[in-house]
Design a protein around this ligand. Structure first.
Ligand code: GAL
Length: 955
């Protein structure tokens, strides 16, 4: 007996099968001569609340849809219509519906799409035609001219239907019914927005008689002989032409020629053509051989080091509908930031993206559209990947990925999917893939025993575990022990961070078995929002959501790089430049390329300003080689601090950046840091209400600084609080520590300042205080000692912890307020932010900015924007020098306001610019999903002393 009332006409929605009616999957390409008719643009659209609310009469010819709304195809309907068509939902791994596979809720938003089209006048009368859907979420039924041609699932996979027999010259009616939820949704539980719709192109393709059905380009490279071997298998016989190699060979036959190989560093593609009786197909052939050899991933005979990112498709207005320009922008940004690999987390991307990877050079892990993560909530019971009924759907997804994408040289790994537990279905997929394409490797992270894979892959393993693995001391199954290791996800780029990148890279470079990794992730999936700027989970009133966990990218939603990307660029730079005492050591860290593509320049910088510059002649070092090069005699200069800065630049234009683009750099100190000195010659004088000392006046009762010269200053005092970062808010898996909770429980965000004494001495004004939170015995003594030589004012802060401090401090320094400040100049680390473990990209120099531009716009406001290793800063009419160097932030709101804000639009400029001058910061880590800061980056509560020298700038 069944209680389900849904009529059988809609059974396909909950059917575990991949669908019916679609043609077998095949390679995706743009034909040179067969006609194509894009069916993009405005479609009629009707939204229903349930799958079965409407019958299929809308698919009939002559149906009057004039009263319907419209949506743009490709597109997600929930991102159109200003909310009239429903709203996006964000969950990380929770299914936003009851877990009762394969059933989905009765409330199942269903979008009927209708498009009427004529064939172009020159559409050939002979041959067949297919209609191709490149991506529809999550399940669609299709009718052409009233005939039901099939239904399918597999949102980010292409589906084609033969329609030639149904077409007519005019008035063709293409009707597509799309259901947000289907059995397929159980296989698509990726951490991203749920966004129904026809989100990739729909195209009508003419298929001339004698045109190719499917073809497979096999192009290998023998690094010992320098020969490439090409064989193109085609379902329809034809010839393969590669003019540059004088190749004209029958399909199915192998031919060998001397070639330049393809690699991500030198992506040499040969233009060719597959010519069959009915069609010419352009080929872009990259010769390369991928192998698992000696326990290593080798391409063209050499182990590669992956410096990768995980890329979801994202556009802040269009969701997963990406145009070519946006895809190209992603690839160019990656190349310009020294990234050499991309994992298409967690589904095959738009096929054009893979063309770009071939063209510009990126190693690709192409991942299948499969994730069943939500089953973890029930201990993986009933996981579809371990239930034979679902295996056909899994195999269909594997085949649709491999067949569509198999001709891309950039793809070195097929990935079975993400976070789907383990099971027979995955094994079946791996077996099928290995059989179909033995020339590539298989990846899957979810099985640490590596039953089905050619690489041991993990996510977010901390540094010490990665080192164990590098040393091959991690044990594991026999099969795993012989495999290379990658982190398919690491360094969670949520908010401020990720910290600890350089420490990972050091390990990857040290141990052969560690072949690199992929940062999680490329872009913040913020949705452009009229009131909030960018929306994240919860902003659309979702019942279940995971907040801003969807904003964890190296670039902001508008694709401006975040500091994390700048740091990554530096950490993975392909040339290391280091040295001391006038000798620079240059090391080539490419896997294949020599250094002939780079030009080297040096500059000699005094107090951050270049006084002399020149070129450095660096031999065309082979990968792994180093050279020690003598820098010229330094110019004479007095007193001030000096550095050498050496840069490696592109020697000529490349496809991805112009000549002069900086690929790598390094700095060598040429003298030591010059510390400010102020002779304490002035005497503090107690007046009626004020104490004066040099240029400064203080409150006579509290000793609080009031002004320096004509600049009013809101009292500088000890500050230990920072607006907690997403990483401070995250839980370290290993230890369960959440810094935000520890710090807030201790009360570090509500410290009270008790005044103990104001002492007017011979040559100093000394103010003694104790800074501590209510309800706790721990505290910090803070002694402020002010001295002056009559024009400069020096503050020395001495901090002493009292009680048992078991936690690190968020920050340690002073905070002061200035009535106005706009332009900011400094000598120190820049131009961007840096924290103890996100520090590599910070270059010592002379920098200019503004208070507004110093802010890093993390989507959820949090501590940001600190400039590190600062010798001096000028802002708001003051010059502030540090002894030792310090970090500073300057903002138009308080830390408390920053801490309370949930979106950038909550931050409103006040009347005061709040400046933090920090002696120390706790590291950033990447604990929002992974390890916290390494111990060497902890800011311990320990006795500390640091000084600042203030002077008034001439107006
Ligand atoms: C991983 C997962 C990603 C993402 C990430 C956290 O477990 O594979 O899809 O959820 O964590 O942002």
């Amino acid at each position: 007996m069944s209680f389900r009332t849904t009529s059988s006409a809609f059974d396909y929605v909950e059917d575990v099968s991949p669908g019916s009616g679609a043609l077998p999957p095949r390679a995706w390409y743009a034909s040179s001569d067969a006609k194509a008719l894009p069916l993009d643009g405005a479609w009629r659209f009707r939204l229903s609340a349930t799958a079965d609310a409407e019958d299929d009469s809308f698919a009939e010819e002559g149906y009057d849809a004039a009263g319907w709304a419209e949506v743009t195809v490709p597109g997600h309907w929930v991102l159109q219509g200003d909310g009239a068509f429903g709203l996006p939902i964000y969950t990380n791994h929770l299914y936003p519906f009851p877990v009762d596979p394969p059933h989905v809720p009765t409330e199942n938003p269903t979008g009927d799409h209708l498009r009427v089209f004529d064939l172009p006048a020159d559409w050939p009368a002979d041959g067949g035609a297919v209609v191709r859907f490149d991506g529809v979420e999550s399940c669609a039924r299709v009718w052409l001219n009233g005939t039901d041609i099939g239904e399918f699932k597999g949102s980010r996979l292409a589906h084609e239907f033969a329609v030639g027999h149904l077409l007519k010259p005019k008035g063709n009616v293409l009707a597509v019914r799309v259901h947000q939820w289907s059995a397929g949704s159980y296989l698509e539980d990726q951490d991203q927005w749920w966004l129904p719709g026809i989100f990739r192109e729909v195209t009508l393709l003419h298929r001339p008689a004698g045109s190719a059905l499917d073809f497979f380009v096999h192009a290998s490279y023998d690094h010992l002989t320098g020969e490439g071997t090409l064989r193109v298998d085609s379902d329809v016989d034809g010839r393969v032409l590669v003019p540059a190699l004088d190749i004209d060979v029958a399909t199915g036959e192998s031919v060998t020629a001397l070639v330049a190989p393809w690699s991500a560093e030198s992506p040499r593609l040969y233009d060719g053509e597959l010519v069959t009786e009915g069609e010419r197909i352009p080929l872009r052939i990259g010769f390369r051989t991928v192998a698992l050899e000696d326990g290593l991933i080798k391409v063209n005979g050499k182990p590669i080091l992956l410096k990768g990112v995980n890329r979801h498709e994202w556009h802040p207005e269009k969701g997963r509908t990406l145009d070519l320009a946006t895809m190209r922008e992603d690839v160019l940004l990656m190349k310009r930031h020294n990234i050499n690999a991309v994992r298409t987390s967690h589904y095959p991307p738009h096929p054009a993206f893979l063309d770009l990877c071939d063209e510009y050079g990126l190693w690709v892990i192409d991942e299948c559209d499969l994730e069943t993560h939500g089953f973890t909530e029930q201990n993986w019971r009933d996981n579809p990947v371990d239930d034979d009924r679902w295996t056909p759907a899994l195999l269909d997804r594997a085949a649709r990925m491999v067949e569509r994408d198999k001709n891309h040289p950039s793809i070195v790994f097929w990935s079975l999917g993400n976070e789907a537990g383990t099971g027979r279905g995955l094994t079946a997929m791996a077996e099928w893939i290995h059989g179909r394409d033995p020339e590539r490797l298989v990846h899957y992270e979810g099985d640490w025993n590596c039953r089905d894979t050619d690489v041991y892959s993990r996510m977010y393993a901390d540094h010490s575990e990665v080192e164990q693995i590098g040393k091959e001391l991690d044990g594991g199954t026999l099969g795993r022990r012989g495999l290379p290791f990658i982190q398919c996800e690491y360094a969670h780029a949520m908010g401020n961070g990720p910290g600890g990148l350089a420490d990972y890279q050091d390990l990857f470079e040290k141990y052969d078995r560690l072949q690199g990794g992929f940062i999680w992730e490329w872009i913040d999936h913020g949705v452009r929002h009229p009131e909030l700027g960018y929306a994240y989970g919860g902003d659309f009133g979702e019942e279940l959501h995971d907040g801003n966990f969807v904003c964890d990218g190296l670039i902001f939603p508008d694709r401006t790089p975040s500091p994390g990307l700048i740091e990554y660029k530096k950490v993975v730079e392909p040339v290391r430049i280091e040295g001391a005492e006038g000798t620079v050591r240059v090391t080539n860290k490419y896997d294949f390329a020599d250094l002939s593509g780079l030009a080297f320049e040096w500059s000699y910088d005094v107090e951050g300003e270049t006084v002399e510059a020149g070129t450095l002649s660096v031999p065309a070092l082979a990968p792994g080689e180093s050279a020690d090069l003598k820098l010229p005699e330094p110019p004479a200069h007095e007193g001030a601090e000096a550095q050498w800065t050496v840069r490696a630049l592109l020697a000529s234009d490349t496809a991805w950046a112009p000549k002069g683009h900086v690929v790598a750099w390094g700095q060598l100190p040429a003298s030591s840091v010059v510390r400010p000195s102020v002779a304490p010659t002035d005497r503090p004088v107690r007046g009626e209400k004020l104490i004066t000392l040099g240029p400064a006046s203080f409150d006579g009762r509290t000793g609080a600084l009031k002004a320096i010269g004509g600049v009013t200053v809101e009292n500088p005092r000890l500050d230990v609080w920072r607006a907690t970062t997403d990483n401070d808010e995250g839980t370290e898996w290993a230890t369960g520590i959440r810094y935000s909770t520890l710090w807030r429980t201790l009360g570090l965000h509500r410290m009270r300042h008790r005044l103990d004494s104001v002492e007017v001495g011979e040559d100093a004004l000394t103010v003694r205080t104790r800074v501590a939170p209510a309800a706790r015995e721990v505290g910090l003594t803070a002694v402020y000692r002010w001295t002056s030589d009559g024009s400069k004012l020096r503050l020395t802060v001495s901090v002493g912890p009292e009680g048992e401090w078991t936690q690190p401090l968020p920050r340690l320094g002073i905070r002061l307020g200035l009535p106005e400040a706009d332009q900011v100049k400094w000598f120190g680390g820049g131009p961007g932010e840096a924290y103890p473990d996100t520090h590599r990209a910070s270059m010592v120099g002379r920098w200019d900015s503004t208070v507004d531009a110093l802010q890093t716009p993390y989507l959820r406001p949090q501590e940001n924007g600190a400039r590190a290793d600062v010798r001096w800063v000028e802002l708001g009419g003051l010059r502030i020098e540090g002894d030792p160097e310090f970090s500073f932030t300057a903002r138009r709101w308080t830390t408390e306001q920053l801490d309370a804000a949930t979106h950038l639009t909550d931050l409103r400029a006040g009347d005061t610019v709040w400046v933090n001058l920090d002696h120390g910061h706790h590291g950033v880590g990447s604990q929002s999903c992974g390890p916290g800061p390494l111990p060497q980056y902890h800011l311990r509560a320990e006795p500390a002393e640091f000084s600042f020298v203030f002077s008034v700038l001439p107006r």
